[in-house]
Design a protein. Structure first.
Length: 289
């Protein structure tokens, strides 16, 4: 009973807090020209969009866990479709952000071009939408109220393709991040502070994403941790990546942090001091010779 309420409330809290939070990131980047001109921030805005989509799935799961009831099959199919779309696109956007950091920090100026990023972005969203297709081959779908997760059976061919493509992209991203770390290690003085901070904001969520993908595809955790603890780990780590993205931005990105505070009206306005002119009376003393 406690586990069900905890997981349900946790999922609902994550969704209700961080859907608006990710929307605020999108709004800030889109309206701020000095951020919008950098492709790293544009990619971050796209990641925030896909995080919002993933949080809709988290919201649905939280409601089912809390109410201890399964939604109709049509709702489950919609949730799984959004999940397939968001996870595939998240991996590709993470790869795109790693590519951007590599081009900038290793100073590959010939590749750091808008046309390359626009092409990558179109391919990313197209592949993400294609990732929804396997729901057409689903033979069994339900929400496990004991394990608090979706269970889906679909064509193994698509399952293998999904795993192979995801693994390949994550390995390539890891290689690029390794190259960047080596670059920072050997040429620390040449690295611009702002670029280093953006690198950290890309690397930390990637590590979280890598852990989530590994834990979801290789079911070794249950035998090591036990059923209850494994369920908690799955829920906390598996569904918190959108929240983690926002937290990382708030910790390491002063610009986004200040803009969010302005949006929430938490930033103190500078005090304006009004100085009034005071008329002074000057007394002239005349002395006789």
């Amino acid at each position: 009973m406690f586990l069900r309420f905890f997981i349900g409330l946790y999922n609902l809290s994550i969704a209700m807090i961080f859907i608006p939070a990710n929307i605020s990131i999108i709004w800030i980047i889109c309206k701020t020209q000095r951020l919008r001109k950098f492709w790293s921030y544009r990619i971050m805005a796209n990641i925030a969009i896909i995080n919002g989509i993933e949080l809709i799935v988290v919201l649905s799961a939280g409601l089912m866990s809390l109410l201890n009831m399964e939604f109709p099959t049509s709702v489950l199919l919609a949730s799984i479709g959004l999940h397939f779309w968001s996870t595939a696109t998240e991996v590709l956007l993470s790869f795109m952000l790693a590519t951007n950091r590599l081009f900038v920090m290793v100073q590959l100026a010939r590749f750091d071009k808008p046309l390359i990023y626009k092409t990558m972005l179109m391919v990313t969203w197209s592949i993400g939408l294609l990732a929804i297709y396997p729901i057409c081959t689903i033979t069994k779908i339900f929400y496990d109220l004991e394990a608090h997760r979706y269970n889906v059976e679909y064509n193994r061919f698509f399952s293998k393709i999904r795993l192979c493509v995801t693994s390949t992209i994550l390995v390539l991203s890891a290689i690029m991040y390794t190259v960047i770390v080596l670059k920072i290690s050997f040429q620390r003085k040449k690295i611009i502070s702002e670029d280093a901070k953006l690198f950290v904001q890309a690397l930390l969520p990637f590590v979280w994403l890598l852990f989530r993908v590994i834990s979801s595809h290789f079911l070794f955790a249950r035998s090591l941790l036990g059923e209850t603890l494994e369920t908690l780990v799955f829920v906390i780590f598996g569904r918190s990546l959108p929240a983690f993205h926002f937290i990382v931005y708030m910790v390491f990105n002063r610009t986004l942090r200040n803009e969010v505070r302005k949006l929430l009206r938490l930033k103190k306005k500078p005090k304006v001091v009004h100085v009034k002119k005071m008329k002074s009376t000057v007394a002239t003393v005349c002395s006789s010779p």
